[in-house]
Design a protein around this ligand. Sequence first.
Ligand code: KIV
Length: 270
Amino acid sequence: MSTQPKARRLTLSDLGKRHQAGEKLVMLTCYDASFAALSEAAGVELLLVGDSLGNVVQGQDSTLPVTLQEMCYHTAAVRRGSERAMIVADMPFGASQISPEETFRNVVPLMAAGAQMVKIEGGREMAETVRFLTHRGVPVCGHIGLTPQSVHQLGGFHVQGKSEADAERLSEDALALEAAGAAMLVLEAMPATLGEAVTKRLHIPTIGIGAGVKTSGQVLVLYDMLDISPGKKPRFVKNFMAGAENVQAAVAAYVREVKSGIFPSVEFSY
Ligand code: KIV
C-alpha cells in the first residue's frame, strides 16, 4: 500500500487565501486528460475548460456552436487527468442566456462532470443568475470585456473599454457581479490601466487575458501559448514554446512568469 498522502484538490478557500496573500493565480485552458496532468505538474492552479475548444479543438470560427454536452465531455476528461488543480468550466452559448432556473439546470451536468466553478460571460445583466447559482452552492466566475460569445454584437474581436464611458460601464459590471456573489472574474482584452482599476475596486480575484499585468492572475488559451493553433494570434498571446525544451517546460515557464509578474509585459498588453 502506498504511504504517499492523497493529493488534495484546490478549493475556493485555498484560492481566497492565495489571493489575500497577494499571490498571482495561474489559470490555463485545458480540454483533455493528458494536458490536464501535464499542466498541473507544471504548476497550473486553475484549469479552465474553455469553450475556446470550439476554435482550437473543433476548428470552428467562433465559440458559438459548442454544446453543453461537449463541455461536459471535456470537463470529465480534464477532471480524470488532474488531481490538484481547480476545474472551472465554461457555460457555452445559450446555456446561461436564459432564466436563472434554466441556467441552474444546465449547470448540473457540468458540475456532475467535475467542474468546481462555472464561468459565465456577461456583465450586470447576468447578476441575477449569478446570485441564484451562488445561493445554491455553485461558485461562479464572471467574464467581462471581450466576451467571445457576443462576437456578432461586438462586431468582431476588439479591445473593449477604450473610451471613458465604456471603461466605467465595465467597472460597474464588475462591481455588480461581485455584489451578486461571483467568486472570480475574467477580464479579457482591455487597456492595462482598466484591468488594474477594476482589480483595485474588487475584493475577489481577477484573471486577466489581455488586461495587463496588474490583475490578480492570468489565463491564456493553451494551444495559443504553445503556438500550435493556426492563424494570427491576439497581441496578448506569448509563444512560450519558443526556446522551451518541451511542452511541460513551456507551461512551467508560463507559470513562473505569471507568478513573478513578468508576464504579461507591455508588449503583450493594451
Ligand atoms: O474559452 C476560453 O478559453 C476563455 C478564455 C479566453 C478566458 O473563456
